[in-house]
Design a protein around this ligand. Structure first.
Ligand code: AMP
Length: 214
């Protein structure tokens, strides 16, 4: 399966992607994680992308498209892949349509007010990339690898409001684009992590079964 996870920032795409990739043996491709790895390594691409990312703006399409084109050629994508955070613009979707035949687009729907509330407690692990939510007073340690969690520079309320504007302007039109192509599968992202996962697995299990019976 070749899948796209669509939805506003902090909708839970990364968290759900971990579960989906494991269940269906897919490569999890997060363009945000790839860019953060470039920043950590201080590569020319990372240095160029850092200011844009920290301000909540998009990295230019040609850079992202090249990065993804190279990534999906790798061996771990042979059984399929899950794109998390890509495409984010119509121009990226057009390029992707030349690179791969997408089977489904899971669209995680969630109101902006819930996202703004969620972002205050969102932390990421700089060592393994895992994202989790912390309660006030709770020790901020990664539940996966034990490293100290950090708050992303673009996860402040102000930056998130800007990222939501960028999402509405540049990324939301993709819902219509993929609806027209019969690929969109909406899920309610305001539920618990397990409930959202259940909705997604229901959609993908049915899709797999239908394909196997073809
Ligand atoms: P994410 O981790 O998916 O929230 O991505 C973090 C940031 O990386 C975004 O706010 C953008 O600045 C940049 N980024 C990630 N994916 C893309 C993309 N497909 N196109 C442009 N910029 C991206």
């Amino acid at each position: 399966m070749k899948l796209i996870l669509l939805g506003p920032p902090a909708a839970g795409k990364g968290t759900q992607a971990e579960g989906i990739a494991e269940r269906y043996s897919l490569a999890h491709i997060s363009t945000g994680d790839m860019l953060r790895a470039e920043i950590a390594l201080k590569t020319p691409l990372g240095l160029e992308a850092k200011a844009l990312i920290d301000e909540g703006n998009l990295v230019p399409d040609d850079i992202i498209n090249r990065m993804v084109a190279g990534r999906i050629q790798r061996e771990d994508c042979a059984n399929g892949f899950l794109l998390d955070g890509y495409p984010r613009t119509l121009a990226q979707a057009e390029v992707l349509s030349e690179l791969a035949d997408i089977d489904a687009v899971i669209d995680i729907e969630i109101p902006g007010e819930i996202i703004i509330r969620r972002v205050a407690s969102r932390r990421v692990c700089p060592a393994c990339g895992h994202t989790e939510s912390v309660q006030p007073g709770e020790e901020e340690i990664c539940e996966k690898c034990g490293a100290a969690l950090i708050q992303r520079a673009d996860d402040t309320e102000e930056k998130m409001r800007h990222r939501l504007e960028v999402y509405h302007e540049s990324t939301e039109p993709l819902i219509r684009y993929y609806t027209e192509r019969g690929l969109i599968a909406p899920v309610d992202g305001a539920m618990t992590i397990a409930e959202v996962a259940e909705q997604i697995f229901g959609i993908l299990d049915a899709k797999k079964e239908a394909e196997e019976n073809e």
